[in-house]
Design a protein around this ligand. Structure first.
Ligand code: AMP
Ligand code: ZN
Length: 469
């Protein structure tokens, strides 16, 4: 597989450190609010990368952190008069719900920064011992200039950075040896969460978290490090400096960065206020549509969010779902026995499409082209599969291939019915409880909701039965 590596600025052939295995670290969100759909882009893209590696038979160790100590979390906690931990725990839970709705699988490990403080202190100690770091008044800084490879990811030149940073010296940061130095450990301020350390009570710098968590859960050298392109500098550049200085070895072999999700050609971001949360969008659309929309573009291209484009994705996805439904029906009515000669030829064509799909994915995860191949497949099965005429053997094979390919993209063709059944059962259960508690308003509300969705309830002696209208 070829991966565009931000480090080399070209597509490099992917070679794992250990045969058949791949370790992927994706910088996760800072949990102080609901995530917006821009934050969802790296989640969807790199979950798809993971699924593709698994499709190819790799064992994937997928690690993605939650930054649960940060200025923004503290600010929110102060505003709401609650503990910072309450804020982060709440939004970790909400983020996990959104991820599930987007069909983003749970990571192998979701480390939280606050649970890895001891290892962070240990890394800072190593850096001080190696003279890559120094302490001033309870703050520990990284000595940027001592790391000779600094700038290799972002292709930034230290002297340019220095002139850009000159103002910092005047603005009260003159305790640093050099304006380029960045913080590894910062001292406690009143009312903030803090941990004991050899440099006094304080908390870790953001960049340090990822260096430590990727080391602990993957190793000193990781195969792929990923995140949004805004993280290249300074976050990833600083992670490289810390990790390579502390571990004495290369940090990540491939760096992948997704482009921005934009709105009116501006980056969608919390600070600009031009964002939609995943939650809000989930009220308007099935989130599978959003996932499909995100994968309809190449992950490195900027992607503009607009109602028209989402509608186009919705009809594209509907076309695939209708094609799948046709296959399900034709499989149920399929003839027994072996494939006919003509069907064998159709099946050979499907194999060619699978190869084409894989070629697209092998080319730096070109999901846009892979989706075009899925449309080709649907077109092919729409014309070659005839309900009541085709053999079960052919239709089932075509259907299983379609499901396998869409599953790599995290689009589940079978899921809706199953989920819906679950949802219905839960709602019926809730209605029973509401009735028992004499909350008839709620019970009626649930019945109306189900009616709206075309579900008919029947109260029988054995309990509540339901059927679809
Ligand atoms: P944050 O919580 O801001 O650190 O962001 C979490 C992840 O979302 C990072 O990988 C960011 O690069 C990514 N991200 C934030 N905004 C966008 C956007 N508009 N488009 C794509 N990725 C984004
Ligand atoms: Zn990170």
């Amino acid at each position: 597989m070829k991966i565009f590596n931000t480090l080399t600025r070209k597509k490099d052939e992917f070679k794992p450190i250990n045969e058949g295995k791949v370790g992927i670290y994706v910088c996760g969100p800072t949990v102080y609010d609901y995530i917006h759909i821009g934050n969802a882009r790296p989640m969807i893209v790199f979950d798809t990368l993971r699924r593709y590696f698994e499709y190819k038979g790799y064992e994937v160790n997928y690690v993605s952190n939650f930054t649960d100590v940060d200025d923004k979390i503290i600010k929110k906690a102060i505003e709401e008069g609650i503990d910072a931990k309450e804020v982060s725990e709440k939004f970790i839970g909400e983020c996990k719900k959104d991820m599930a709705a987007l069909n983003v699988r749970e990571a192998s490990v979701h480390p939280k920064a606050t649970e890895e403080i001891d290892d962070m202190i240990a890394m800072v100690e190593t850096l001080i011992e190696k003279e890559y770091a120094y302490e001033v008044n309870g703050t520990v800084y990284f000595r940027t200039r001592k790391f000779s490879d600094y700038g290799k990811l972002s292709k930034k030149n230290l002297d340019d950075l220095k002139s850009g940073n000159r103002e910092l010296l005047v603005s009260g940061e003159d305790e640093k040896e050099d304006p380029l130095d960045f913080v590894l450990w910062k001292p406690k301020k009143e009312g903030e969460p803090s941990w004991e350390s050899p440099w006094g009570d304080g908390r870790p710098g953001w960049h340090l978290e990822c260096s430590v968590m990727s080391k602990k859960y993957i190793g000193d050298v990781i195969d792929i490090h990923a995140g949004g392109e805004d993280l290249i500098f300074p976050h990833h550049e600083n992670e490289i400096a810390q990790s390579e200085a502390a571990n004495g070895t290369e940090f990540a072999r491939y760096w992948m960065h997704n482009g921005f999700l934009k709105i009116n050609n501006e980056k969608m971001s919390k600070s600009l206020g031009n964002f939609f949360t995943v939650r809000e969008i989930g009220e308007k659309y099935n989130l599978q549509v959003i996932r499909f929309f995100m994968l309809s573009a190449h992950y490195r291209s900027p992607l503009n969010f607009s109602a028209e484009l989402v509608e186009a994705s919705k009809s594209g996805l509907d076309r695939i779902k209708t094609g799948a439904l046709h296959l399900e029906e034709a499989a149920a009515a399929g003839k027994d026995g072996e494939m006919t000669e003509a069907e064998q030829e159709h099946a050979a064509m499907i194999d060619k499409l699978v190869t084409k799909y894989e070629e697209a994915m092998e080319d730096d995860l070109n999901t846009a082209d892979a989706i075009s191949v899925i449309f080709e497949l649907i077109k092919h099965t729409n014309t070659t599969v005839k309900t009541g005429e085709s053999t079960k053997a052919y239709v089932e094979q075509a259907y299983n291939i379609l499901c396998k390919l869409t599953d790599v993209l995290g689009i589940s063709l079978k899921e809706e019915a199953v989920l819906l059944d679950d949802e219905i059962e839960n709602l019926i259960q809730e209605r029973q409880e509401a009735r028992k508690a004499k909350n008839f308003a709620r019970a009626d509300e649930i019945r109306d909701l189900l009616t709206e969705k075309g579900i008919i309830l029947e109260d029988t002696r054995e309990g509540v039965r339901w059927k679809r209208a």
